[in-house]
Design a protein around this ligand. Structure first.
Ligand SMILES: [Mn+2]
Length: 347
């Protein structure tokens, strides 16, 4: 009797004919890229050709490093004519995740996101897994294909990324796949990829942040002025959290006519999402988790006379005053020591 894993592999392989042109369409992140590479390897000799097309433009420096250092061949989806392919494969995604995915009528769907009831001739959706790369590693092992260095490194990096080094949803199968890949991956190369989170042009924002930062007790504030992408606010907010005495880091910038405020907290006694919502929710979209949150406020909504978005110092002062705002004193006669009410502990 065949194992379930072997059965699934055979079922997968049955979907393809030797003359097929196969299009793997991804929303490119490490897990999707690695999974697509694995599909390509699994179909070597079983399909005429496999092309990997990315829907999104890749902009994260670490993902650019992954593509470059692992020599991944990607074709922008805009340059693809899907009708020229006999089979369409989705990995690390389901049709309902994107209108283009839905329009493609996938033949094969392999994913680990919550099951959206996707229909295809072949589906393998395992929401309990931390990464699609772990599922594809099982396929490779079932096919007795030992992944070459680059593929093993991609899958290894994908599992580490999607599970955030096993701090997020992780199944025992993810650990098994990781252990298998660990011996075959190029670890220094994987480290180089995950470390590459900066662009050269971001360094000028570090300068602005370090020169303009304000410290209030255990909080650090910085306003970067106009930024090319809110990502740089995230990077600098994370950077300040590396100071061991800092429990809040709040970094803002202006991008696409919006003031973007990034919140980082240690998440121990603080709740960044609640603070963002409380202080900025009335002005724009604001919220997040205990340790990370963001607020985005259209500049058109900011009519506060105390704020001049063109003046970085006044913008920073406005953000600080808004966050450190104390509760207004109670006016009822019975209120006790109302004026001394401290700022909320999470703020
Ligand atoms: Mn994934």
């Amino acid at each position: 009797m065949r194992s379930k894993r072997a059965q699934r592999l055979i079922e997968f392989q049955r979907q393809f004919q030797p003359a097929d042109g196969v299009l793997v369409v991804i929303s490119a992140d490490p897990d999707a890229i690695a999974s697509a590479m694995a599909v390509s390897r699994l179909l070597r000799g079983r399909a005429h050709r496999v092309v990997i097309a990315n829907l999104n433009q890749i902009s994260r420096p670490d993902n650019l490093a992954m593509v470059r250092l692992l020599q991944v061949r990607l074709t922008p989806f805009s340059e693809i004519r899907p009708q020229e392919y006999q089979k369409i494969v989705l990995v690390d995604a389901q049709p309902s995740h994107h209108e283009i995915f839905a329009s493609l009528k996938a033949d094969v769907i392999i994913d680990h996101h919550p099951d959206t009831g996707a229909r295809a001739p072949f589906t393998d959706i395992r929401p309990q897994y931390g990464a699609t790369a772990s599922i594809l590693t099982e396929y490779l092992r079932a096919a007795r294909i030992v992944p070459a260095r680059r593929l093993a490194t991609a899958l290894y990096h994908a599992i580490k990324t999607d599970t955030d080094d096993f701090k997020r949803q992780t199944a025992v199968e993810d650990l098994q796949a990781f252990q298998y890949l660990f011996r075959r991956a190029n670890i220094p190369l994987a480290r180089r990829i995950s470390q590459a989170d900066l662009r050269l042009e971001y360094l000028k924002y570090f300068k602005i942040a370090l020169q303009g930062m304000r410290r209030r007790r255990n909080r650090v504030f910085a306003h970067l002025g106009p930024v090319s992408s809110p990502d740089v606010c995230v990077i600098i907010a994370d950077f300040f959290m590396r100071i061991h005495t800092v429990s809040w880091s709040i970094v803002s910038g202006v991008c696409d006519r919006r003031l973007v405020v990034i919140f980082r907290s240690d998440g121990i006694r603080n709740h960044a999402g609640r603070l963002a919502q409380k202080r900025f929710g009335s002005l724009g979209s604001a919220g997040g988790h205990a340790a990370m949150a963001r607020a985005e406020i259209p500049l058109a909504e900011l009519r506060d006379p105390a704020l001049d978005p063109k003046d970085p110092r006044r913008t920073l002062a406005w953000i600080i005053s808004r966050i450190e705002r104390r509760r207004p004193p109670r006016t009822s006669p019975g209120a006790r020591e109302a004026a001394a009410v401290p700022a909320p502990s999470h703020g």
